[in-house]
Design a protein around this ligand. Structure first.
Ligand SMILES: Cc1ncc(COP(=O)(O)O)c(C=O)c1O
Length: 416
């Protein structure tokens, strides 16, 4: 069989919708300034789809720092991987400042969160070790585990009873192999917005002896008194052994980091393949990240603004009877019942008649019949945006419940 022929005939669970959805539902082009309002297909829309939590993406000071760094250093500098020729004092400075911010001894930069996570997992475990992980773990965690030759046990999302069962299965194996157990969870789950049960997980550490790796992509910068993350929020910073954060969300940049004890980071610097065999982060990313970190550390203004919007949005939606699942973070999932065709009609209605742009998640990502409209509030949204959105959602919910998005009725409503 020709490989090209195979992939053309088997486009995959998302690819199979590309004919109908590309450019509108998938790969939409958003234009204009990164903000609460952007242009989609020539019209201004209210955007609830960007992980620009703190609104730093287009902050003038951030833009200036990025531009100045690009002017001074270009995008090429430094050339090479960190270990060979891509190391600079600015990379080191950023690592020191990140470590101090998240309350750890040491940190190491990762070029991308995704690859970094794959590589951390690959480095930390060998065939004698067991991984225990949450069933809703992000794709980068699952891909890291694909490299693992030892056993792995999954527990249902945030189900601590089953988690303990898996820990005891892991212990039986590690007692035989002489290996250890690595537990992996997220701080904030990016789809549902609920938090990993870090306190309950940590409470089992003494009994089962394991190391805990937390992917806090959505919690870094948004959770905790200082924005240091979900473990700060839950008071377990000293028990999370490896803390992972990305710059791609609250920091509105690119790159990521892992923080831990000095000896562990020292080990990872010499072992993580994604960093040893890849070019180091370009200087504007590093200088830009230093600037963002500085802003986050020196002012709670951005986080405070974010939470004003989060609280107003979540309260407003709940008051109108919306089911937001168990979110305790800015991630705001609006859970509805409906089919995938209804989801597309509903999204179209929201976009074309209300100029509201948000992400919609349907089967196969969530069970059949469930639809999730995922809203990401940010510090650059306004309370008017919130009110407008809650009102619009109230109308589309009624339409969904009346079956207007099924059959051919939808066209009548929109006049389209
Ligand atoms: C939970 C989680 N982990 C890791 C990543 C990957 O981070 P990055 O975008 O820096 O590669 C993401 C981004 O989508 C994420 O949501």
């Amino acid at each position: 069989m020709d490989i090209f022929e195979k992939v053309i005939n088997r486009p995959g669970p998302l690819g199979k919708y590309r004919e109908q959805g590309e450019g509108y539902y998938m790969f939409p082009i958003l234009e204009g300034e990164l903000s609460n309002k952007m242009i989609f297909q020539g019209k201004e829309r209210l955007i609830w789809s960007l992980n620009n939590y703190l609104g730093l993406g287009n902050h003038p000071e951030v833009r200036k720092a990025d531009a100045d760094a690009a002017k001074e250093w270009g995008m090429a500098y430094p050339m090479g991987a960190r270990m060979m020729s891509g190391h600079t004092k600015y990379h080191v400075q950023l690592e020191e400042e990140l470590a101090a911010f998240v309350g750890r001894e040491s940190a190491y930069l990762l070029n991308y969160g995704y690859q970094g996570m794959v590589s951390i997992i690959d480095s930390m475990v060998d065939r004698k070790d067991v991984i225990v992980y949450d069933s809703e773990a992000h794709a980068c965690i699952l891909d890291g585990m694909r490299l693992h030759f030892g056993k792995r046990f999954v527990y249902p999302h945030n189900d601590i009873q089953n988690f303990e069962k898996e820990l005891s299965r892991a212990k039986k194996i590690t007692d035989q192999t002489g290996g250890g157990t690595l537990v992996i969870t997220e701080g904030v789950y990016g789809m549902s917005g609920d938090l990993g049960k870090l306190k309950e997980i940590c409470a089992l550490k003494e009994k089962y002896e394991f190391r805990l790796l937390v992917d806090d992509a959505h919690g870094f910068g948004t959770m905790g008194a200082t924005g240091a993350g979900t473990d700060e929020f839950l008071g377990v910073q000293d028990q999370v052994d490896l803390y992972f954060g990305t710059f791609a969300k609250a920091m509105a940049g690119i790159g990521a980091f892992v923080a831990s004890k000095k000896e562990i980071i020292s080990y990872l610097r010499y072992d993580m393949r994604s960093q040893i065999y890849a070019k180091s982060l370009p200087m504007p990313m590093v200088i830009g990240a230093l600037k963002r970190l500085d802003m986050i550390r020196n002012s709670s203004e951005y986080k405070d603004k974010l939470w004003i919007i989060v609280n107003a949005l979540q309260k407003g939606l709940k008051e109108k009877g919306f089911n937001l699942g168990n979110t305790e973070s800015p991630v705001t999932p609006v859970v509805l019942s409906g089919s995938v065709p209804e989801a597309t009609q509903l999204t179209y209605d929201l976009r074309e008649n209300y100029n509201i742009f948000c992400s919609i998640i349907g089967y196969p990502v969530v069970p059949k019949g469930v639809l999730i409209l995922r809203l990401i509030p940010t510090a650059v949204h306004t309370l008017e945006d919130v009110k407008y959105t809650v009102d619009a959602f109230t109308v589309i919910k009624e339409r969904l419940e009346k079956g207007i998005y099924s059959k051919d009725q939808f066209k009548d409503v929109t006049g389209g």
